[in-house]
Design a protein around this ligand. Structure first.
Ligand code: SF4
Ligand code: SF4
Length: 397
């Protein structure tokens, strides 16, 4: 009599958390393995998502947090279509990814604010508070919001070290530079935690535990090339419509990041502060192209996901809707500023769109670390680990 006692690290609250953020079909799975067979991204040597479905059903949170396949799934929905129990493993994986974000990122309140409807007004109010606070301080009181020459294009200049900055530029710098720095630091913390989890799970031998810069040099660029080309997305069948809009959104973010860097250099460092004409200035045109891609990508994602949800191939949970509509609002308010500035009789609305745009961008910055958008960092980490681990297997075989 008597046998080995198996210790189970089941976490029942983790099951509820997965169910709460879109994985409510989790319990329907009866382990037939159809999903792992039809998944176009599942490798033969470590098939998914069947195994992760049972781990999630049992609340094996620790194991799931250390499993890169959670990120290698691209939510194509092929498994959702063929699952005989309608357990929607693709959507359960999306919920698991949110759980990973929550676990590896510090300041978990920001995760809650980004992934619950009640958090949206709070985020908006925090953003609005910072913007109005610095507006009043830097514009010397409450400006005339109906006059663009008072706000945002008024307020005088400030001498900061060797720089001569207009009030609106200084306001943006004061709010967004520390915010960007904060998000970069917390993301690096999360990436490092995730990477160490993978190294520990796969028991990587010390001889193959390279320094971070070696990993970056050897595997990050191939991973980025793969992501830019959307090679894994293209293998999806049921929802392969996602490839183009998702790629457009990725390129939009890259273009807008480049534009912001150029504007920062030219305006903040070189001092070209005049409000550049959005219709004639080349940097503004680059920004306009990024904005068009942003609106095109987000509208297509919203339409495609709504269709897929009606056909029962994908589910739209709050975190999905939050991100898609947030990106759309960023794009629309950005163009709202351009249009209001260019048309005389709606000129008085410029400040409204300007403030709405800054609030949306403020929320977007936080979302980079705490919403589904964090997949930019964490999926890249998992793809890099995937390439690294395959390379090690080749070397030891
Ligand atoms: S999720 Fe569906 S297809 Fe996959 S093992 Fe469970 S029941 Fe089968
Ligand atoms: S959603 Fe697609 S990639 Fe993800 S597990 Fe299902 S079939 Fe595989």
């Amino acid at each position: 009599m008597g046998g080995e006692v198996i210790k189970i690290d089941a976490d029942l609250s983790a099951i509820r958390e997965v169910q709460a953020v879109g994985g409510d079909t989790l319990k329907k799975c009866y382990q037939c393995a159809t999903c792992a067979t039809v998944c176009p991204l599942s490798p033969d040597e470590a098939p998914f998502p069947r195994k992760q479905m049972i781990l999630a059903q049992w609340g094996f949170k620790e194991k799931l947090l250390k499993d890169p396949t959670v990120w290698l799934c691209h939510q194509c929905g092929d498994c959702n279509k063929y699952c005989p129990r309608d357990a929607k493993p693709g959507d359960v994986f999306a919920a698991l990814r949110l759980l990973v974000i929550r676990e590896v990122m510090p300041f978990k309140i920001l995760y809650s604010l980004c992934n619950n409807l009640w958090g949206l007004p709070i985020l908006a109010l925090i953003g609005l508070f910072f913007i109005l606070f610095w507006t009043v301080l830097l514009f010397g009181g409450v400006p005339n919001f109906a006059d663009p020459n008072s706000f945002p294009y008024g307020g005088g200049y400030y001498k900061v070290w060797f720089l001569e900055l207009p009030a609106r530029v200084l306001m943006i710098d004061i709010i967004f530079m520390p915010l960007a720095g904060f998000i970069a630091v917390v993301l690096l913390t999360g990436i490092s935690k995730l990477w160490n989890n993978y190294v520990e799970t796969f028991n990587i031998l010390p001889a193959y535990r390279y320094r971070w810069w070696q990993i970056v040099k050897m595997y990050l660029w191939p991973a980025i090339k793969e992501i830019l080309n959307h090679q894994r997305f293209e293998k999806c069948n049921v929802n392969n419509w996602r490839t183009t809009p998702h790629q457009m959104l990725l390129y939009a973010f890259i273009i807008l990041a480049i534009t912001t860097a150029i504007v920062f250099f030219m305006a903040d460092i070189l001092g070209f502060h005049t409000p550049w004409n959005p219709l004639t200035h080349p940097v503004k045109w680059l920004g306009n192209i990024g904005g068009i891609l942003l609106i095109y990508g987000s509208l297509n994602m919203i339409a495609g996901r709504t269709r897929a949800s009606m056909e029962n191939y994908l589910k739209n949970s709050y975190p999905d809707l939050f991100l898609m509509y947030l990106i759309l609002v960023v794009g629309l308010t950005g163009f709202g500023i351009v249009i209001c500035r260019s048309i005389e009789f709606i000129n008085f609305l410029t400040a409204f769109f300007y403030i709405a745009h800054l609030v949306a961008v403020f929320i977007l910055f936080i979302s980079v670390g705490y919403s589904k958008l964090a997949h930019l960092a964490f999926r890249t980490t998992a793809v890099v680990f995937d390439l690294y681990y395959k390379d090690i297997l080749k070397k030891v075989s």
